[in-house]
Design a binder for this molecule. Structure first.
Ligand SMILES: [Zn+2]
Length: 218
């Protein structure tokens, strides 16, 4: 995935949903052993990686960074810790997440960000925004493309599809649209205010169906 994404205002996101250790470390004067044990849940490595990709560095505001992950224990739970050094300003970046009790096995040829529960890291507005970005990378037809390009397009489409599915997970069973209260980040709320109609179950299911159909052509 290219890191040319426009950055959503994810600090807002972070404040609303579990903070990064960068933030906590600043306040706790350098010790991150003393962090609270309630960490945000990252359902899969893919979800954690996407979340990290959207976070700005506390030093320079750029998001580009290579993170390494390790499994850690947090209280009685298992967690994952992602660490990296910002290539622009040298700040050390550290994020920790809880890991679900049951780890979702990666599927071949499909993208999965989580099981049935909605994301705790990214809100539905950000998911649909990200889905759009992935889908826009894919040309109308695979004609004339080499195998590597086709594979990249298939992955982008499968990611777009998975991100729409993530948006749908925020709709309660008895509802026909994502409730306004689900949009907790600045970017998510902006996306919702701009086109609230896109978050109806019918519209989202139509988009999901379209991407699934398109995938068969690739
Ligand atoms: Zn930086």
């Amino acid at each position: 995935m290219k890191s040319t994404l426009t950055q959503p205002a994810s600090e807002d996101n972070m404040n609303a949903r579990g903070e990064s250790l960068e933030g906590r470390r600043g306040r706790l004067g350098g010790s991150f052993e003393a962090v609270p044990t309630v960490l945000p849940l990252a359902r899969t490595n893919a979800e954690a990686r996407l979340f990290l990709q959207l976070q700005p560095c506390s030093g320079c505001g750029k998001s580009k960074c290579v993170f390494r992950s390790a499994v850690v224990t947090v209280g009685d739970d298992l967690g994952s810790r992602y660490t990296g050094v910002c290539p622009q300003c040298g700040v050390e970046r550290i994020y920790e997440f809880r890991i679900p009790a049951e780890v979702l096995q990666p599927q071949v040829n499909s993208v999965q960000f989580g099981a049935d529960d909605p994301s705790q890291l990214l809100d539905p507005g950000v998911w649909l925004w990200y889905s759009d970005i992935c889908a826009q990378k894919v040309p109308e037809s695979p004609a004339g493309l080499g195998e590597a390009e086709r594979r990249a397009c298939r992955h982008a489409l499968a990611t777009a599809l998975a991100a729409v599915e993530e948006t749908l997970k925020f709709i309660p069973v008895s509802a026909t649209a994502v409730p306004a209260s689900a949009f907790i980040s600045l970017d998510g709320r902006t996306a919702y205010r701009r086109e609230p109609g896109r978050f109806s179950r019918a519209r989202l299911e139509a988009v999901r169906g379209h991407y699934a159909e398109q995938l068969t052509a690739w």
